[in-house]
Ligand binder design. Structure first.
Ligand SMILES: [Zn+2]
Length: 88
């Protein structure tokens, strides 16, 4: 039997590997801007967080996004991310 490989990504909050589609992607665009990537297809360096508020809080307090993207993440980005999570 063939096993299809499911793309897995690590959440910066809980550090667990999750199925990509269960995660939210935050991307640092080639222009240097950082935004929440609703499509999952934007080019740039991506970082992932689970679609739940606990992981968001963890990522926020541990500065996981900043560390992964190697640049500061503005509060607007965090706000946009929080809105995404709360809209689910
Ligand atoms: Zn998580």
């Amino acid at each position: 039997m063939k096993v299809r490989k499911i793309p897995m990504r690590m959440c910066v909050g809980c550090k667990e590997l999750k199925v990509k589609k269960e995660l939210l992607r935050i991307v640092a665009l080639p222009t240097g801007e950082i935004e929440v990537d609703n499509t999952g297809k934007k080019s740039g360096r991506g970082v992932y967080v689970c679609n739940n508020i606990n992981c968001f809080e963890k990522a926020f307090s541990s500065h996981g996004l900043e560390r992964s993207l190697k640049r500061p993440v503005s509060s607007e980005v965090y706000d946009a991310l929080k809105v995404e999570i709360e809209n689910e």
